[in-house]
Design a protein. Sequence first.
Length: 327
Amino acid sequence: LLGKGLSDFILSLKPSKCIILCHHNADPDAIGSAYALSYLFNVLFPSMDVHIVAPEGISLLSSKLLSRLPSIDIYSDFDWADLAVMVDTCSFVQLGSISDKMADLDIPLIVIDHHLPSEEVKCKASLLIVNDNASSTAEIVFSIFEELKVDVNRDVAFALLVGLLYDSRRFIFASSNSFRMAAYLLDCGVDYGDVLNVLSTQMDVSERIARLKAAQRLKILRIKDWIIALSHVSSFEASAARALIDLGADLALVVGGEKELVRLSARSTKRFYEETGLHLGRDLMEPLGKLIHGGGGGHATAAGANGVGDVDYVLKICVKMLREKLS
Ligand SMILES: [Mn+2]
């Protein structure tokens, strides 16, 4: 039993100061989970001091989440503690500036995560609460509340639901347990619209203009049954390529950069990769990078290259290679 193990372990230690550690650029799952845990610890161990430590800062969405919660200090370092709890963080490297300090520190360490811990963390941890089937760390933390029969208040419910939605990518990676948890948290009085609001981001104006320009300058090419979209922008070529995929292209090639130095960003749908076997990094961007006296590479459906040449030249070579590969 996760929760019982956790509370028994802490009770046996009688710590006076606990730090809850979050990974670099802590995301809403890490921060939501840390917030909920600090609440839980305050209820269960009122004499224990609890500090949330995010050594490499928190993400923009996390600060939006925090602005909706009762004010709580987030520290960037700590001088002393006699218990450490690492949330949503599976290696010490993710702790950035305090990673060495943590690796050398000799205090009990509890790890709560939905990623499998690194060997180093596994060796160091006194207690591992890890479930890689959980959608999020928030889901694990919620199960601890449930098991220990500690009521979540509306703020904790809000923080956990934001964490769950963020990491499950709004229920794309979710189990029946995730839905049960969400239903329970909504019944605590959380407004679902508010949760979605925290997670919605307005894209930067220059990025939106780049995407629109990519659409305006679009050339459409059919190779067999595939729709290929070609375009160029001065910056945000990767975002523009993603946007063209959203518009309906099977493959998008967008050149970015000024004058002779160019960057090419390629994106394809999963279906394009599955049916053609064309790996954008290996089959297209790597050889292209060499041809344009630069470099290239990447993943199967997302890759890039940079080098020398103008927009038309680079796209022409790329399309020629594409025709050869697809025929
Ligand atoms: Mn997570």
